[in-house]
Ligand binder design. Structure first.
Ligand code: ARG
Length: 273
């Protein structure tokens, strides 16, 4: 089987001011030590992996006092040259939204402002011509209707039920235009049924994979960059013909983030979708 990799354009934010100063998800323990220098080295390795795969990495300047700004996936949703800005649930992250918004504006994207809580590609994932939109913890259900109006892709609501998998991208990975990998038990029964209908050959991850944030992965359709600790998931993906690349983001995981959280896909237009 030959699988074609699609060259991607990503936005990332160096974790210069990364810390775990507050707890807005169950992974975060402000009393546990974090090695800030190691966090930067691990993030640089992730950026190098993308460059080695031929992807383009753009960077937004980190802002002091915004320790979670490294999680660029939460900065917006960018499809067909349109950028939907974000509105965070938690006040600790609120000031990231205008910083990312300004970046999209200067990069020439057509801007849209959210009317409800919307945490960007953390909860909103394009699979082929369908937008999967998470809700339950962060992104408000009401924002899903706005996403469909702005982008014109059918939006399918995914109800998240486990607080450890608070963003859709912690429970589901888009592998290519046709299929996904996911942790079934992170979703409500109705959402699980919908996932089975949409993706009958979807890869089911184990709890052990999900607990190392293995599903917080980035695929270009051929290579899947995922946490090195997610060994079962990596083996399943290799069986399906994907090439897996393990990365260690142990320090960022202390904030509840992995490779995908650090990576916002910039989709310029239809041709480079
Ligand atoms: N500490 C961050 C938060 O709780 C982590 C965000 C992870 N990002 C993601 N796309 N899942 O908001």
């Amino acid at each position: 089987m030959t699988m074609d990799a699609i060259r991607q354009r990503f936005l990332m934010c160096r974790p210069t001011y990364f810390a775990v100063d507050y707890a807005i998800n169950p992974w975060m323990d402000p009393t546990a030590p974090v090695d800030a220098d190691l966090a930067i080295r691990q993030w640089e390795q992730l950026r190098q992996v993308y460059r080695d795969l031929g992807h383009t990495v753009e960077e937004i300047a980190p802002v002091p006092g915004l320790p979670d700004m490294v999680f660029a996936a939460n900065g917006g949703t960018v499809i067909d040259g349109k950028a939907m800005a974000v509105q965070f649930r938690d006040p600790q992250r609120a000031d990231e939204a205008p910083a990312y918004r300004a970046w999209f504006e200067s990069a020439g994207f057509e801007l849209y402002d959210p009317k409800h809580v919307n945490e960007g590609e953390g909860d909103i994932l394009l699979v082929g011509d369908v937008l999967l939109a998470g809700t339950g913890f962060r992104t408000a259900h009401a924002s899903h209707a706005q996403l469909q109006e702005v982008f014109g892709y059918p939006v399918i609501t995914m109800q998240l039920v486990d607080p450890r998998f608070y963003h859709l991208d912690t429970a589901l990975t888009v592998l290519d235009e046709r299929t996904v990998a996911y942790l079934p038990e992170a979703f409500s029964p109705g959402s699980q049924a919908a996932l089975r209908r949409l993706f009958p050959d979807g890869v089911h991850a184990t709890m052990a994979d999900a607990e190392v944030l293995g599903l917080n992965a980035v695929s270009d359709g051929r290579h899947v960059v995922l946490p090195a600790q997610a060994t079962d998931l990596a083996a399943k993906l290799r069986d399906r013909g994907y090439e897996t690349i393990g990365v260690d983001l142990s320090e960022l995981r202390k904030a509840g983030g992995g490779p995908k959280c650090c990576t916002l896909r910039l989709r310029q237009g239809k041709a480079s979708k």
